[in-house]
Design a protein around this ligand. Sequence first.
Ligand SMILES: [Zn+2]
Length: 665
Amino acid sequence: MLGAQRRRVVVKMGANWIRKANFAYYWAGPETIDMYAKVKYLGIHGLGHLVDEDAYTKAYQEEGLRRMMASGVNALFFTYSWGWPPRAEADGRRVARNFIKLCKKNNVRTLAYMQLSNYVWKAFHDEIPESKNWECTDKEGNPVPYMGVHRGRRYLCVNNDGWRSYLKGLMKEALKAGSDGVFFDNMVRPDHPGADCWCQVCRNRIRERLVSKGFNLSEEAILRRSLSYQDPVGREIYRLRVDSITDHIRALSAYARSVRADVVVTSNWALVDNFSWWGEEPKEIASLEDMILMESFTLARVRRGCIVNTVRAYKRAKCLAKGKRHVAVSYPVFAAEAPVYSAPTPVQLKLGIAEAAACVSSLVLPATERFTDKYTILTADEFEAQRTAAREYYSFVDANWDLYEGHESICNLGVFEPGYMKWASSQIYPYALGVEQTLIQSQIPFDIIDELDGNLEPYRALVLPNILLLSQVHCDKLKDYVERGGSLVLVGHPGIYTESYEYRGDYGVKEILGISYPHGTEIWAERKEARVVFLPSIDAKTSACDISCVEDGVLLPRGYQLLKNAVLWALHGTASVELGNLPHPYVFVEITGAEEKRAVVHLLNYKYFETLKNIKLTVRPGFDVQKASLVSPELGEQNLILKSVNEGVQTVIPELRIYDIVVLE
Ligand SMILES: [Zn+2]
């Protein structure tokens, strides 16, 4: 039966240390001071005065490193090259190389930041005149400013050999100095201005590609085409951009591995643009990396009636990583240009570390923070409180490492978000966020999946959050899934378009539902063992806000209660985990397991100032449970009393302050 069996979990790793590393993002040192000091030169105003230069300098010295290590941090992202030309950043890179050596001496791993796609053009032109030829150009032959607005920074063409060679030289320098990895920032996605290059190299490639696909168009005709996915020419240009970016990352990562075989390669998969990235293209890039890094700008807390969390980011990254060689890592805040950001409180750090641990991922601690009127680090009094909190939780995870090692989510619910949904992302985005937030705040564990292949067995039900686009292959697979007893919760207008965004004229899942488009009323239907729910709307449009915003989380859709009921009904009332006697919904629950007969239930209380008592926990892990124990940084260890219930076991958790783990064996 679907959903009844535990998955075999196989976790392979790149470099072994990544999975267990406690990361911090060290946005400090001379390169960062320069970045701020010269902001006017870059065309941004009003940040230079915020930097505490003394603290930033000490950060790269013994004193700074010792204070970071005292938090339990043992791996640092640090700025190696930020996009200044060689002479301008020579001193900064020398300091950075000394810092690498200092870290090495202290067994702290390092990941060197590389500016992947843009540079400080004026300084570069002065030092390396031919760098003019590395730049992206628009259709009129003009340079392309970073993010479309930064006057001082310009995009470089990912197909340009000169720029690529330059980057290789930088990586070699950092790796020879002993850096354990490289981190590419500003990875451009295919529909980004930085990928929209019409330099001569790119023009030739586009023309050749179109000819090879049978499109014989004049240069003028090509220039007039838009990037629309519905246009076969535009789609081909888009795919060529995907290939170009992939080739760039492939060439650079292969080079890095030729310099140092065990190098860790990672790029910034900014969550801010997550849905645009969430296309068909990222998988191959992801497969070239050892780690998926998501820059999420989200700090765990309860705010305005919702949980602000990084759970979604971890689950998406897990989907990209495919549970194989990558470890998903979130990257909360480096505070560079986010004036609304303030330092996380000690409890937020604890919640953040526990969230990451529960999702079998890593949190990258922010290490440059705006405690007062300046971005500072290490010297602020508040840092001591943070240091203690981080150390306490890192020590807890380390001491209980066997509850995390090799574990992955073993829940029985999947949220299906195919890659091609990105073409209607503005319409799907609020629904996907609304569905995910509903599940988080309803304590229903879930995975995000983007394929319907051999990965469906663990799931008793799938939710489709207004997935307007569905390929025929996926429609057929969903039908087959229902015939095999799998349940569906379909929200909105599933599959009224094909994966190429062509209007289908009816629901792609019409046969499963037995209705025609448009259908305005709910359906709750039984199909032998399967249950199918159709909800025309959960009214998510007005409530979901951008999770990139530091101060806001995602509010529940108005129809969240209906959605929750539908999911539970589809699961035949048997979610992997059920919690009873909860006075508020601000609890996150996750269930993980490894190959042996053990399930680990993680509970986080985001409303930590209200201690929860006597939580009733029901779990259906799919094996005979003999023993239950509670492990918690706040409460220590104790045995729990077990009771058998339908398909599982029940126990009572005496207390939840911030983070509890229940181990079932
Ligand atoms: Zn180009």
